[in-house]
Design a protein around this ligand. Structure first.
Ligand SMILES: [Zn+2]
Length: 429
């Protein structure tokens, strides 16, 4: 009997020590607003805009064929943090009645799922669309959202690095950062403001005619130069974060994810900014993962989506999601070569709504008000200039996406309303 108790005691001790050795990895995700993939060095851009994020890509894995689920911040960021398409989570604008919806109060998010697993969770965000009223605070122990965070990448990184300094390794952490700077107006601090283009020009916002057209097409080149300066400035702050992680000794045990909510248009299809179309300049986003659990030096061209980020991150840190998600683990051995990636958008005028499905190098876009479909062959028409008529199967895929059921209701945002101003939807309170 004594022997049995001794063996049981030794077993318990072994199990206890095994438990102590199991340190859960940390997760850091940075969502850079308005960062189109093809303006980053790692994605082949001719300017050295993003050396810090490029080095992260080289040290980890980058996806070259990743697409966002929406054309603007609120629904796209929700897709990143809930692992669901825009139709599935329902966050955004209901154009029929002008209501605005935030993240539902019951839908599991990256913060609520990791928080329930004992993670210390913190968010440093930079636009009011990601604040408490829009439901983004749920699950975060520390929540800091600056309502007008343009130009605050430096201060935001100060705050995030200060919070990281306080982490003593007792609990794993989940740190979420949203940097707003590449969003217009394009006004990076010196020396990034004159890094490219004409240093004598300092206009930083689009000038529209009363009809909503771009008033000065020459302005496009200048704004693009300034936008690239914003990317370089934001990248310099990303480099501070990466250096901070390395010097803290936590880098090896931390999964780092960098992505964007959507891209930006520079007159490719007649518009400036975002939120008006679902062309590649808007939906083709960067996706980089590095650190814990991520293969080094890999470039993957399989189709990827914002809604894959949550299931991939949870699989890496071995945490279960309570629901079945349509997003997939991008690092599993069975990532399909062909799959349908959906997106949704809104606009100020007809067509008010749009939805798309990209599959096997073909993008089908549907405009519900006019019930018209366009098909683009991304391999032979990468600039999406020659729409053709899609067949029944492709149409059905978009309609099927449009009727995606919701497992959780989105959150009505009290006191918010929408209206067109300067040619774009403006949400105000
Ligand atoms: Zn955005």
């Amino acid at each position: 009997m004594n022997q049995i108790m001794m063996i049981a005691g030794i077993l318990l001790l072994v199990l206890a020590f095994a438990g102590c050795g199991e340190e859960k990895p940390n997760i850091v995700i940075v969502v850079v607003d308005t960062m189109r993939a093809d303006h980053m060095g790692a994605y082949g851009y001719h300017r050295d805009t993003t050396p810090g994020m490029d080095s992260l890509a080289r040290a980890g894995t980058m996806w070259t064929n990743a697409r966002g689920q929406a054309s603007w911040t609120l629904p796209a960021v929700t897709s990143i943090f809930t692992g669901r398409s825009a139709r599935a989570h329902g966050t955004g604008i209901n154009v029929s009645n002008g209501s605005v919806y935030g993240v539902g109060s019951e839908i599991p998010t990256m913060a609520t799922v990791l928080g329930a697993e004992g993670y210390n969770t913190a968010a440093f965000f930079n636009v009011f669309l990601l604040d408490e009223q829009f439901g983004f605070h749920r699950g975060f122990n520390t929540f800091n959202c600056h309502p007008k965070g343009l130009g605050r990448a430096g201060e935001t990184m100060d705050d995030a690095l200060g919070w990281l300094d306080e982490q003593n390794g007792d609990d794993p952490f989940f740190l979420a950062i949203h940097l707003f700077d590449p969003h217009d107006p394009y006004a990076p601090p010196a020396p990034y403001d004159t890094m490219w283009g004409d240093p004598s020009r300092n206009d930083s916002v689009w000038i529209f005619t009363p009809e909503g057209a771009i008033a000065d097409p020459e302005q496009n080149r200048h704004l693009k130069d300034r936008y690239d300066g914003e990317l370089a400035w934001t990248d310099s702050q990303m480099s501070r974060l990466l250096a901070g992680l390395r010097s803290s000794g936590m880098a090896e045990n931390t999964l780092v994810i960098v992505t964007a909510d959507h891209g930006e248009e520079f007159l490719e299809h007649g518009y400036g900014g975002h939120g008006r179309t679902l062309f590649e300049e808007i939906v083709h986003i960067p996706l980089i993962m590095s650190g814990y659990g991520v293969p080094r030096g890999e470039v993957r061209d399989c189709p990827a989506a914002q809604m894959d980020i949550l299931p991939t991150a949870l699989d890496i840190v071995d945490v279960e999601h309570p629901d079945e998600l349509r997003g997939i683990d991008l690092l599993s051995g069975s990532v399909p070569e062909i799959r349908a990636i959906p997106a949704s958008g809104v606009n100020t005028g007809p067509p008010f709504q749009m939805a798309s499905v990209t599959r096997d190098s073909f993008k089908t876009i549907w405009y519900p008000e006019s019930d018209t479909f366009e098909l683009y062959d991304l391999r032979n028409d990468p600039d999406e200039l020659d729409p053709i008529s899609p067949g029944e199967v492709r149409r059905e895929r978009v309609l099927s996406y449009w009727s995606t059921p919701r497992a959780y209701p989105p959150r009505p945002v009290e006191g918010s309303h929408i209206g067109p101003a300067c040619g774009i939807w403006v949400i105000s309170r």
